[in-house]
Structure formats: structure tokens, C-alpha cells
Design a protein around this ligand. Structure first.
Ligand code: ADP
Ligand code: MG
Length: 632
């Protein structure tokens, strides 16, 4: 069975048509034998139809594999077995073999096609043109020509052409295409909007934040494409096994033919027995066991908005016993509010304008909070150049006066700005503290408060109930803030690590990994290394940073923590189904081979046993398609 190419809708249609034709031919030929002899011409035509429709596609696949990749695959075995059956006067059995083989191939392609089609449907939702706002008016331009900073106008009912940020207007947005979340989301200035979502009622002006090629939808498409390239370990095993085994079975059948002959059977009977053995020993069911389960599980999770980059991540997630979480933007919403402003030089407005200026392009949730605060107060961000982010510390840049920085105490210490008694009140709060300074001079400080996601606390409970033994929160933020959020989530102080640099997160993940497989869930630039180091890296989908998504193995498009436990349950179920399938397939094969070698197993029984087993295994895998990842 070829698992090489992607299965598009047209291929699936062709699969279904060929399978139907094969069954039609088989049905007519069976009619001839069972009920009513047909004219010999019609009987022959029916058999020819079954053999051509059912045999040519696998024969072509087998020849391509032989020619291009120099491998003998199972398709070849099936065609040879069917021809051998015909040669020994059992053409209908051969047709049954081809028909069932064709059916299991079609089912397999369907499972594969599901996940892909979900994303291809998204691609079709991408608008081609956008309304670009220029000084002289609004013009229609190609979406591909938009660059970050352009302003586009969204009319009610229009699909969003690119990822961007609302700068003017308010209204509701249907984001179900990207997040899977059905309820409309209210958008006001400062809110992010994603390509392919539908603007329901407001007239919005949106600033483009990402070029088309980097948009959320483009990222999802890349994720799913990568998913098909990254095979699970057990999948690779069955590929490897399939090739070696095919050769062995072919040689074994030839050897059996001569052996039966030498033991005194007639040549035609020896051929019949060899053909039976060939069918009995063909490992179709073994080889399809794993992909049938994995692809179904990947498709089911993709439908719920949880994208796995491949079967390998799925198999590892089933094993995970420890979960480590980033705080800001992961366990918390990342939609923080500025709660207090302290000016140590100039006034509060100046402090905010400098902060919003230096954070103008930052992807950090703190930056968004500062920009919103400035917009809400009708202030104007100061122009800042040469901005550089320092993950888990802050950000630096230069305005008209000179170098400028914003960040936490670590950043302040780096700049030579020592502890300052005037900060005592802000430091006493359990909120995130952002300091602003010029070299060693402190200009001001703000506190930013962020709340846990509504789904976080329940998700941690669900994970623990599902057998996760260790849960940790790892943050670059101050410990008092971490303790407040942790307490709200039911975490104990020893499950919380604060004040971390990106490298600290990696070390902590490594320490956890020493005890068993570990998953890390994060969103930020500062989480990328930990995401890559964890056995399973899980990134926040739409709002997560690009690097985090790239480093991760799984993307939570709906950013619903509640889905983690569901995803793990699905991964465990998939692992169980794989074990069931392999046990059953190998067991059935052994029984059939023993029957064929020693007990004169009739060919029709071998065919039914073999193909029936293959079908059962595929259907068992497809059960996972019905296992939903719910949204909380
Ligand atoms: P978390 O690990 O919880 O996601 P981060 O590591 O992203 O948090 O941030 C840790 C701390 O570093 C923040 O609490 C903040 O004080 C500081 N920081 C990081 N990036 C910025 C930024 N762009 N502007 C201001 N402060 C920042
Ligand atoms: Mg974060």
C-alpha cells in the first residue's frame, strides 16, 4: 500500500471509483459461480474488469517503487498472489484479494486525506485582494503585495486578507477557521486579527503585521505538510519490516512451490499451495496497522485545532509523565493591563510614550499591554530605532535623546541601574514590574497584571487525573507574580520556578527529562529552546511567536489548555490501538501461514483471512477519527 504521496480529494475520488469497479467485476464473476452461469464472454469481461481496476494501480505503484526507490513493496505481493490464484484456476479468489486490497487502500487514503483537507479548505478561504488604505483613498490590491505596516480596510462580511492588528473600529469576528472556536470574538483597537477569519459586523482598519507568507494560515499549512514527512518510529518500523518481509515472502513462496513439488504433489497443486502461502504470509495488515491508527488520530486532533507535526510527537505524548508550562501568554492570557505608572523623570505620560515607543514592534504580551495603555490614553508613542529584544530580560533601543531600555531587574542591573527605594511600593505588588531607563538612570516603572486563562486551572487538574505525575510552571517573571498566578491555578510553591532565563528553562526541562518523558508548553521567543529540548514541545497557535511554533512539535491553535488532556488521551488511545492492531495482525498471519503450510488451508480462506484482517485493522484505526478533542 503506498503511503508515499499525499492524498488529495481527486485521488480519493479515483480510489473510490477504482474500488467500485473492482467490486463490480468481482460481483458479476461471483454471480456466475453462485447463482446463474453468465455467457462466457461476460464472465471473462467481469474478471478482466476486476483484475484491471484492482490490479493495475498496485502494479503501477509496485513498479514505481521498484524502479525509483529500488524497493519491493507489498503491492507487488498482492498482484503476484492474485495472478498465481488465476493461474491455478482460482480467478475469483484472486479477484476477491484485489477487491479487498483496493478497499483497504481507499480507506487508508481517506484517513490520510482528512487532516490535509481541513487545511486545504483553509487555503481556499484566503482572499486574493485587499482594500489598501492610501492617503488618496482606498484601492484594491493583491494580498501578496501587502507588507507589514500597510493599512487595510475590512468591510462587514469580508474575510481578513492578512494577519494584522486593529487600529480603528470595533466589531465581532468569526475566528472559527483558525482557532476552531465557534463563538464570535469582539475586536477593538489593538486586537490581533488573523487571515481567513470573517469580519462579522464592524468596519475595521487593520494594520498589516505579517506578510502573507508568514501568516497564521500559512504556518498551519506548513505544519501539516511537515506532519506528513515526519514519520513515527513505529511507522518507520513497519516500512522497514514491509520491505524486508516482502522479499522474504516472495522467495519463501517460490521455495515452497519446489518443496511441495519435491514432496510429491502435482505441479499445479504445488502452485496452488504456494499461492495460498503467499497470500497467508503477506503482511498487509501488519504494515497498515500503524499508519491507520496514527493518521486517524492526527486527523481527529487537527479537527479539534490541535496540530501535531507528525506521528512521532503523537507517540511521545502518550508517554509523557511531566508537563512544564511557561507562565506569561501560556497559563495566563497574555492580555495584560497596565495597573500602575510611576514616573521618576518627567511625567507618567512621557514614561508611557517612551515604553510604547520601544515596545512598538515587540511580540511580547507586555508590549501589547503598553501599546494598548498608550492608545487608550490618547498618547503617541515616541519613535525608537535599533530595537533589540533580550528574551526574559527586556528590550533596548535608541530614541532622539539616546539609548533607552525597558525590562526587569536583571535588565536594570545589566545597565548599572541599582535597586531604587522609590520602587518599593510597586515591588510589593504581585504584578509584573517593567522598569524604564536610560543607561544607569531609572526613568520610571509600570506594573502590568495578567490573569490566568479560564481553561488553565481545570486543564492542570485534568492532566493530573489522566496520570501526569509532575506539573511545573517556569517563568522569567518575578517570583511574587509567579506565586500569585500559581496559587490561582492550584500549584504549590515548589512547583513554581521564577526569574528564569531561556537557558534556565532548558536546564529545568532536562532535569525533568531525567525522570521520564516531558512536555513543555510555551509561547514566547524565550521558550523556543525549552520547546525544542522537551520530548514534546507544545506551542500556542495563533498568538505564539514564530520561533516557538517552529521549535514545537504540537500547536494548540485554539489556545485552549483544556485540550491538552484530551490530546494526551487520544495519543494514548492511538498507542493502544497500534498495539492491538500489531498483535492481531501478526497473530492472524502466523495462524494463516501454519494453516497454509501444514493443513491444506484452501486459498479462498487464506484470502478472506488475510484481507479480512487488513480491513479489521484499518477499521480499528479509523475508530480514532471519532474521538474528539473538545473545547472547554
Ligand atoms: P514568561 O517566561 O513568563 O513567558 P518572559 O520570560 O517572557 O516571561 O518575561 C520575563 C520577564 O522579562 C518579564 O516579566 C519582563 O519583566 C521582562 N521582559 C521580557 N521581555 C520584555 C519586553 N519586551 N519588555 C519589557 N519587559 C520584558
Ligand atoms: Mg511566555
Amino acid at each position: 500500500m503506498d503511503q508515499h504521496g499525499p492524498a488529495g480529494p481527486s485521488q480519493i475520488d479515483a480510489d473510490i471509483a477504482l474500488t467500485a469497479l473492482t467490486f463490480l467485476g468481482l460481483g458479476l464473476a461471483a454471480l456466475h459461480h453462485l447463482l446463474q452461469p453468465l455467457p462466457i464472454g461476460l464472465y471473462g469481461a467481469a474478471l478482466a474488469l476486476a483484475y484491471l481496476a484492482g490490479g493495475l494501480p498496485p502494479l503501477r505503484g509496485a513498479l514505481v517503487a521498484l524502479w525509483r526507490d529500488h524497493i519491493l513493496d507489498i503491492d507487488l505481493l498482492m498482484v503476484v498472489a492474485a495472478l498465481a490464484a488465476a493461474a491455478v484456476g482460482a480467478p475469483v479468489e484472486g479477484a476477491v484479494l484485489l477487491a479487498l486490497f483496493s478497499l483497504s487502500g481507499t480507506l487508508e487514503h481517506r484517513a490520510m486525506g482528512r487532516a490535509r483537507r481541513a487545511v486545504e479548505a483553509l487555503m481556499q478561504l484566503r482572499p486574493e485582494t485587499a482594500l489598501l488604505k492610501r492617503a488618496e483613498g482606498v484601492v484594491e490590491v493583491a494580498v501578496a503585495s501587502l507588507v507589514p505596516g500597510d493599512l487595510v480596510v475590512l468591510r462587514p462580511g469580508a474575510r481578513v486578507p492578512v494577519d494584522g492588528r486593529v487600529v480603528e473600529g470595533e466589531g465581532r469576528m468569526d475566528e472559527s477557521t483558525v482557532t476552531g472556536e465557534a463563538a464570535p470574538v469582539h475586536k477593538a483597537p489593538g486586537a490581533a486579527v488573523h487571515e481567513a477569519c470573517v469580519n462579522l459586523d464592524g468596519v475595521l482598519t487593520v494594520e498589516v503585521t505579517r506578510a502573507l507568507a508568514d501568516s497564521t494560515v500559512a504556518r498551519m499549512i506548513r505544519l501539516v505538510t511537515e506532519a506528513q514527512a515526519a514519520k513515527a518510529p513505529s511507522e518507520r518500523f513497519s516500512d522497514w519490516f514491509g520491505q524486508r518481509y516482502t522479499v522474504a515472502v516472495l522467495l519463501g513462496a517460490i521455495a515452497a512451490f519446489f518443496l511441495f513439488w519435491a514432496l510429491g504433489r502435482a505441479p499445479s497443486e504445488a502452485l496452488y499451495r504456494a499461492a495460498t502461502l503467499l497470500v497467508a504470509a503477506s503482511p498487509c495488515a501488519v504494515v497498515i496497522s500503524v499508519p491507520a491508527a496514527i493518521l486517524s488520530a492526527l486527523a481527529a486532533s487537527a479537527r479539534g485545532g490541535v496540530l501535531f507535526k507528525g506521528g512521532a510527537a503523537l507517540e511521545r505524548l502518550a508517554e509523557v509523565k511531566s508537563f512544564a508550562f511557561d507562565k506569561t501568554g501560556t497559563l495566563t492570557t497574555g492580555r495584560a493591563e497596565v495597573t500602575a505608572v510611576l514616573a521618576l523623570a518627567g511625567d507618567e505620560a512621557q514614561v508611557l510614550e517612551l515604553l510604547a515607543g520601544i515596545e512598538a514592534q515587540s511580540e511580547h504580551p507586555i508590549a501589547a499591554a503598553l501599546r494598548r495603555a498608550v492608545a487608550a490614553r490618547g498618547l503617541v508613542p515616541v519613535a525608537v530605532q535599533g530595537v533589540q529584544a533580550h528574551p526574559s530580560e527586556g528590550i533596548t533601543g535608541t530614541d532622539a535623546t539616546g539609548p533607552l531600555w525597558a525590562g526587569n531587574a536583571r535588565m536594570a542591573a545589566r545597565m548599572g541601574a541599582g535597586p531604587d527605594p522609590r520602587l518599593a511600593a510597586l515591588e510589593a505588588s504581585e504584578e509584573t514590574l517593567v522598569l524604564l531607563g536610560r543607561g544607569p538612570q531609572l526613568l520610571g516603572a509600570v506594573t502590568v497584571a495578567d490573569a490566568p486563562r479560564e481553561t488553565s486551572a481545570a486543564a492542570l487538574v485534568a492532566l493530573r487525573r489522566g496520570g501526569v505525575t509532575r506539573v511545573m510552571m517556569m517563568t522569567g517573571d518575578r517570583r511574587p507574580v509567579a506565586l500569585r498566578i500559581g496559587a490561582a491555578l492550584g500549584l504549590t510553591p515548589d512547583e513554581i520556578e521564577a526569574g528564569l532565563l531561556p537557558g534556565d528553562k532548558v536546564r529545568l526541562v532536562e532535569a525533568l527529562a531525567a525522570e521520564g518523558p516531558v512536555a513543555f508548553v510555551g509561547d514566547g521567543v524565550n521558550d523556543a529552546a525549552a520547546l525544542a529540548r522537551a520530548d514534546v514541545g507544545i506551542a500556542m497557535g495563533a498568538a505564539g511567536s514564530e520561533v516557538a511554533l517552529q521549535a514545537a512539535d504540537v500547536a494548540l491553535m485554539a489556545e485552549d489548555m483544556g485540550q491538552l488532556a484530551d490530546a494526551q488521551r487520544l495519543a494514548r488511545r492511538a498507542a493502544r490501538v497500534i498495539r492491538q492492531n500489531l498483535t492481531f495482525a501478526i497473530g492472524a498471519m502466523v495462524v494463516l501461514v501454519i494453516g497454509g503450510a501444514f493443513f491444506n488451508l484452501p486459498l479462498p480462506l487464506a484470502v478472506v483471512g488475510h484481507e479480512g484482517g487488513t480491513l479489521l485493522v484499518v477499521l480499528n484505526g479509523l475508530r480514532l477519527l471519532g474521538d474528539p478533542i473538545r473545547r472547554s
